[in-house]
Structure formats: C-alpha cells, structure tokens
Design a binder for this molecule. Sequence first.
Ligand code: NAP
Length: 244
Amino acid sequence: MATALITGSSRGIGAAIALRLAKDGFDIALNDLSEDSFKDNDIISKIKEAGVNCEYFCADVSDYAQCEAMVKAITEKMGGLDVLVNNAGITKDGLMARMSEDQYDMVIKVNQKSVFNMMKLCGNIFMKQRHGKIVNLASVAGLYGNPGQINYSASKAAIIGMTKTIAKELGSRNVNVNAVAPGFIKTPMTDKLTDKQREAMLSLIAMKRYGMPEEIAGVVSFLVSDDASYVTGQVIEISGGLSM
Ligand code: NAP
C-alpha cells in the first residue's frame, strides 16, 4: 500500500487531508511538533477506522536534521513513502512597521525552509523510485498579498516558486509537484482573526462563506491520484472565488 506523509497534521487542514487520503486507501504518516498534539486527539483512531496503517512522527519541520531523522523513521517503520504534503505552517501577523525581525524570520523558517527540507529529503526517495507526488500548501496571501502578513505572504509566494522549480527538476523522474492556495478556511489558525478581519475577508468572497478543511483535502486527494498524473507545477486556488 502507498504511504502519504502530511506535515502539521494533528489538527486543521492537515488532519482533514490525512483523513481524506486514508479514505482513499493510503497508509498515513502524521507529523507534528510534539506528542502532546496527538494526546486527547481522535485523528489516529478516525484514520484507522478507514482500515489503513497510521503512525505519528514528531519533528520540527523547520529543522533539517529532525526532518532527516523523521523521513528515515517513516521509511523504516512504514516500508516506504509515496506522497508528501507540506502542510505545516504558522502565522505571526503584524503591519511591517511594527513587525520584529524575529517575527519575520520565524515564519520564513517554519513555512518556507521546511518545504525545502522536506522536498529535498522526500524528493531523493521519489527520484530513485521513479514515482512520487508532492503537494505544497501555499495561500491566497502568496498570490495577492495581505496587509499585516509580509512574513506569511513572502513565505507562501516562495512556496509557489519552489513548487514550479522542483516540478521542473523532478518531472522527468515521474514526480508530480503541485501547490494549493487556500483562501479563508475555518481552522484554529483563522480562529485567531478579529471579527473585523473576518468581515473584511467575507465581503471579498464570491461564495459568501468560509471554506472548510475538507474542501482543501478533496483537491489534494485529486492531485495525489492517478487522475492528476499529467498535472505538475500548478497552483490551484481554493478560495470560493476570492480573486475574481
Ligand atoms: P493550524 O490549524 O494552525 O495547523 C497547523 C499545524 O502545523 C499544527 O498542527 C501545528 O502544530 C503544525 N506546525 C506548526 N509548526 C510546525 C513545525 N515547525 N513542525 C511541525 N508542525 C508544525 O493551521 P491550518 O489553518 O490547518 O493551516 C494548514 C496550512 O494551510 C498552513 O500551511 C497554512 O499556512 C495553510 N493555509 C491555511 C489557511 C486558512 O485559512 N486556515 C489559508 C491559506 C493557507 P502545533 O499544534 O504544535 O502548533
């Protein structure tokens, strides 16, 4: 059975992607920073109900050495790796005038450097085995910018460039690399926004509602399926028509 690794998958969009790929028949490698994220959390039992294998691997994906150890542990414990979903991400919002250097660097390290770490390590495996699928979580903030998110939008715009570059580097080895760019999706990340920020966002969305994590998971499911075997280097916006 094929194995999918989803980073930052104890909750939110990552957990929804993990559950959906389990229902599609993938064995699932979950990842998060610490074991605590998986305590009092029913994600593992829900995935196992789909009849697939599921293990969790703790690592900070912004740290190359921890990523290396995690990928080694996954291939040893699960027998291989076929799909990588780079989902882990953080926000540390603030207008540029008030943003500290640490706030900027931290978001770049967690959101962007992690994608280099994981694509490099998993890409090596995928190149050798002549198959693999990578999906990176970008954002509409990376496509259009968003006030208060110079760090976050920089990291997400970079992910789009990285996706296209690695799609070109790995295409001849039968490895597909794509990105999704969610709009406003209801998760713990967006629960932090103020009512004013929410209302401003909603007024721009053609469908006049927020997205749900499962609506991101459905598109990722397509991108890692055989139906998307000739799709690579693409960015699919999932925003309820935010950009029109
Ligand atoms: P979330 O609810 O905050 O979940 C993010 C997950 O990533 C958490 O489980 C978190 O773990 C984990 N994580 C954070 N830093 C990590 C690290 N260094 N190593 C490993 N795991 C780490 O976020 P979400 O809303 O589901 O977002 C998921 C992805 O979609 C992110 O890349 C985000 O930028 C992107 N996105 C979200 C939206 C949206 O509207 N929600 C829109 C566009 C794009 P802890 O629990 O330990 O913190």
